[in-house]
Design a protein around this ligand. Sequence first.
Ligand code: GLN
Length: 319
Amino acid sequence: FVVPDFLGFTKDIEEIYWKCKSNTDGKVASYIPQLARVNPDYWGVAVCTVDGQRFSIGDVHVPFTLQSCSKPLTYAVALEKLTQKVVHQYVGQEPSGRNFNELVLDHNKQPHNPMINAGAILVCSLLKTLVKPEITLAEKFDYTQNWFQKMAGGENFGFNNSVFLSEREAADRNYALGFYMREHKVFPEKTNLRECLDFYFQICSMETCADSMSVVAATLANGGICPITDEKVFRPEVVRDVLSLMHSCGMYDYSGQFAFKVGLPAKSGVCGGILLVVPNVAGIFTWSPPLDPCGNSVRGVQFCEELLQVFNFHRYDNL
Ligand code: GLN
């Protein structure tokens, strides 16, 4: 076993879980009513090791929409199908140092990276126009959902239609980002902006739970092989690229501090999820809706920071 004393490990996780539970800081996302209504008390942590040992505590089976936690997943599919060379002709690798939906592009007038809205919308346009360009939007949705399910070891991903409709209704900024990028000819030819944004909102509105997302994190921790099914989902080079950008850009405008303190690749979303990868050890997913001013889950960030007080998982702990 990768974690020989798994019971001892889960005891420590449990202790940190209870410690974070009493933290009631932060506010749930309020830009759409469906997110504003979510119970702020939800708190779940799920762990899946690279050899398939699982543990979870709290609200790990309650469904939530993926939101920005989908960004590393779509980026991974784009890399797998199109290669790094092609994908990075369109999008950079630099932290933006700004809000996730800031109306800003880099010096090349391209999105800074695939972990913020502009970059993720661009990645959606690549999936839409360059990967299986002949299939319809409906089939593209199924195709993407199948990929996500493969990463989760076959566990189910649903779709929340009211979140999707609200996302599309409240999307002025994402439309503005789309038009701004189109003005600078960032998109591949043949991009239909409306369809591309719909596809982006659909992916944000895919629904799953913390337990399934811990398997997704574990597939990344395991170099692209799902520990539950042993299926090779991604090439190791793909996972290396995804983890590199999660490490430098995954936690919004807290990414630098998170990389410093926690030293692990992670990706958060306005749903209150954090996808945390401990390379070669385990995938962890934390879910708690109240967010800090950067947009990261308050309990989730605390959990990651407390975890690092107990375990030497930091990238530079082994010096
Ligand atoms: N649907 C959200 C948006 O595009 C996702 C952003 C996020 O999770 N930070 O604004």
